[in-house]
Design a protein around this ligand. Structure first.
Ligand code: ARG
Length: 591
């Protein structure tokens, strides 16, 4: 008798269990022995290595395993098994096993994806723009990748804390604050200013302050003194500084809203948030000997970090003038995250060009004992966004591209695409606008997420909103098509019938659906959202083949087959919806 599969079981897992039982020599898990294969559903090719270890004949061992496996009759996971080549096992699973396993998880909102056994606490540092500065494509990548990784980790049951380490501190504020003190009404405005207006206020102020700073020696001097006041926490100076932070937040939040991303005040803990810890961080490092004085500065040295002249390049924790920089803040943030937030993993979604900084900061924290076997730090480094020409993304005039302009253009292009089909689908003007935003933002996110983060990628809007190929639009259309099939089926609903025989395209789709949970745990384990996009793209492609070859509503096998195919449709749609949701991408019902 076949046992009823548990919710979290996959065909793959059931097969691996059966193999383990038949092959006790392999130890606790025979899982690594099993691969998806083109020749059969699965291939167990670990027998070779195992035979070598046991000093036996691989073909004999394979045959012995075959005999020890439960039969291939009705109710069995295995339909066919053959020994091939020097000792591979080619295994075809039964249609019943596929359907049973998928049916077991339909009632579950999580689609059978198990929660982590021992969840930890991950602090994820992402979406960290700088105060009084325009956001650019680099900030886009951090936000998009970070948001997806946040959602994926949270879905696996991890406790995840967000930290937006915004650049809100430093000597550059002396000039801005001084200017605002001398021109006190420059940031006064009505309450409900838009993000764009806020940014243009900041830009205007920045330009004016800069001009004065470059032309007026006395203003320059007053600005320098203002930095000292800021560091000393002088109230009027701090109040002015706060105005810049608040104005910038209006702008940041408007961009995040456009990106369809949630951001909460409590999670915005910028560089300034660690001011109170800087002294102590330095003291701890100096007392423990991790940092040493060198030319008046407090430094940490590394054997393998040297400049072009061969001299060591230290991490400067405190400058010789007593000022603190980026490193002191990051080291303090580590202490806060480890001892305050009780993190077990620190994740930094930051440009690859900051790799050396993080290498030195992490190594320093390890020497200080703040990072250790229990707490790990990972720099999830991403590459540069390139223009169509393969060079770093710039406007024709050679300026950095404003993120907002880019997003607006993506939305405009996507809206055109949506509009073309809108009449056929019967979309209202409001739906066209809404879908245009979801398709446009989805396109930008998907393009970013579908290349492995560490690689540079080309920002090419034409390709991003293309209906064919590996794009979010393609996936969104696949989803909407399935939803429309289900709507058209009317009162006939999705019901699995585990006794039915499956067509090849149904089996292929079913076996791919089976892999969702395992794909997700791999994606979460290595922080690799691009493996989720490729899983989903394959899913949509397999669905397209299925739909070409297997009529759903007009299935030739009668009502049961219609219901069973609707069941495959429904599970595909839900998997697409969940998967896209984890990437931060919406799936409109009608498109
Ligand atoms: N604000 C920085 C930038 O725009 C990124 C901050 C990254 N996070 C960190 N903990 N250093 O480049």
């Amino acid at each position: 008798m076949a046992s009823v599969p548990s919710l979290a079981a996959t065909v793959h897992q059931r097969l691996a269990d059966a193999l383990s039982a038949a092959l006790p020599e392999a130890g606790a898990s025979a899982d690594p022995l099993l691969r998806r294969s083109d020749r059969a559903d699965f291939q167990a090719n670990g027998i070779l290595a195992l035979a070598k270890k046991l000093k036996g004949n691989p073909r004999e061992l394979a045959t012995r395993v075959t005999e020890a496996l439960p039969g291939t009759g009705s109710g069995s996971v295995i339909k066919e098994i053959e020994v091939s080549g020097p000792g591979f096992l080619n295994i075809t699973v039964s249609d019943e096993a596929i359907l049973e396993t998928l049916a077991a998880r339909t009632a579950d909102e999580r689609l059978g994806v198990p929660l982590a056994d021992e969840p930890g606490t991950t602090v994820i540092d992402y979406a960290q723009p700088n105060v009084a500065k325009e956001m650019h494509v680099g900030h886009l990548r951090s936000a998009v990748i970070g948001d997806a990784v946040f959602r994926i980790l949270e879905f696996t049951g991890e406790n995840v804390v967000r930290r937006h380490h915004i650049g809100d501190w430093g000597t550059q504020f002396g000039m801005l604050i001084q200017y605002l003190i001398e021109h006190p009404h420059e940031l006064d405005h009505k309450e409900d200013v838009t993000g764009e207006e806020a940014m243009s206020n900041l830009n205007r102020l920045y330009k004016a302050a800069r001009t004065l700073f470059d032309s007026d020696e006395e203003f320059k001097e007053r600005s320098r003194r203002r930095v000292v006041d800021l560091q000393a926490g002088e109230p009027q100076t701090l109040a002015m500084w706060q105005k810049f932070v608040d104005e910038s937040k209006i702008y940041f939040y408007s961009v995040f809203e456009k990106l369809d991303m949630e951001i909460q005040d409590a999670d915005v803990v910028g560089e300034s948030g660690y001011n109170d810890m800087l002294d102590e961080t330095c003291r701890l490092l100096e007392e423990s000997g991790v940092a040493v004085r060198s030319n008046g500065a407090l430094c940490v040295f590394f054997d393998d970090v040297k400049g072009p002249d061969g001299n060591p390049v230290p991490l400067i924790v405190k400058k010789s003038d007593g000022g603190y920089g980026y490193a002191a803040t990051d080291l303090s943030a580590i202490r806060d995250r480890v001892f305050g937030l009780k993190a077990t993993t620190l994740l930094y979604v930051v440009d690859a060009r900051q790799a050396l900084h993080f290498k030195m900061v992490f190594e320093t924290a390890r020497r200080a004992g703040w990072l250790n076997e229990e707490v790990d730090a990972v720099h999830l480094a991403f590459g540069t966004v390139l223009g169509k020409d393969g060079k770093p993304f710039k406007t024709r005039e050679g300026e950095t591209v404003r993120l907002v302009d880019l997003l607006d253009e993506a939305i405009a292009r996507a809206t055109d695409v949506v509009r073309e089909k809108a009449e056929k689908v019967g979309l209202t003007e409001q739906e066209i606008t809404e879908n245009g935003a979801h398709v446009g933002i989805g396109a930008v996110k998907y393009a970013d997420l579908s290349t492995s983060a560490s690689r540079d990628y080309k920002f090419d809007l034409d390709q991003m909103v293309s209906l064919n190929g590996d794009t979010s639009v393609y996936l969104q259309y696949a989803y909407a098509r399935i939803r429309s099939i289900i709507r058209k089926a009317g009162e006939v609903g999705p019901v699995p019938h585990t006794g039915l025989e499956l067509a090849p395209a149904e089996r292929a789709l079913g076996l791919h659906l089976d892999q969702f949970g395992e794909t997700l745990s791999e994606v979460a384990g290595a922080y690799e959202p691009h493996k989720l996009t490729s899983y989903l793209y394959q899913l949509a492609s397999l669905f397209t083949t299925f739909y070409d070859q297997c009529p759903v509503v007009k299935a030739e096998g009668g009502r049961e087959q219609v219901e069973n195919r609707l069941f495959l449709c429904d599970l595909t749609a839900r998997t697409l919806h969940t998967g896209m949701g984890l990437l931060g991408i919406r799936t409109p019902e009608r498109l």
